[in-house]
Design a protein around this ligand. Sequence first.
Ligand code: HEM
Length: 281
Amino acid sequence: MRETELKQPGEVIRRHGPWTRITHWLWAICVFFLLLSGLQIFNAHPALYLGRQSGMSQGFDNAVLRIGAEGGQGAAPLRGVTQVFGRDLDTTGVLGLSGPDGAQQARAFPAWATIPSEQDLATGRVVHFFFAWLLVATLAVWALASLLNGHLRRDIWPGRRDLRGLGADIRAHLGGPLPHGRRYSPLQRLTYFVVLAGLFPLMILTGLTMSPGMDAAWPWLLDLFGGRQTARSLHFLGMLLIVSFFVVHIVMVLAAGPLNEMRSMLTGRYRIRGHAAAEEE
Ligand code: HEM
């Protein structure tokens, strides 16, 4: 179908091909399980460091984040404490100390945020590695299919036109009506590009850097990320960015018209709206 045919407001077009839809839902599932099993793994040693080693057993402190419980002796009640760059924050109830009153547990992330709920590092690792490899395979299939069917060039790879239109598009996302055309808006393209070509590969590479077997096979990974501890901190930071993307992504789907958006990612069919139909000219 040619773009010049897509000018009628209300016309239903085919927005997403089958590979885009299948891979999208696969990585949404992967990200869900990776997040919750990753928090389980983090709980086994709830601190992050910068550098090639943790200073814990070496007598120096290079921690950038630490989540734990303090107090509980004498009159001082037990409380959850999150330390970020040396600053203590009271996070009782969510981080460090959580659970129902009278049965609170000292654990970094609460039971509802981990897979499995109870502390079980071995199961957490099995789940994490399974979905990590599924994500690698999904990303590889998406990249190959998108290269062959033109989705990468047409919809994802940001061009000059997108960079020029970015300012106006950011303003539109901050208040005006969202575009509903055939193409992704410039901000959408850039965001998806950063997630697919930046964040996902960063998560995969920093994940591999934490594996002793991979360090032996590819020692350049340790040089690239400045050591296993820095790689672990970057992996955590990448997780926070993906969670932030997810929250904004869902808000945008709701703002753009959830039924039309969901239909497009499930069946491929999408209804063009009035002002966007004119933009296709
Ligand atoms: C953490 C999980 C998720 C990630 C990483 C993610 C990522 C992405 C990416 C990269 C795209 C562009 C895909 C492409 O064009 O090849 C996309 C599109 C889309 N996603 Fe997600 N997504 C996630 C979860 C969800 C969920 C839960 C929903 C539904 C509520 C959703 C709804 C959509 C829709 C409707 C589009 C198409 C937007 C449009 O056509 O304008 N996503 N997502």
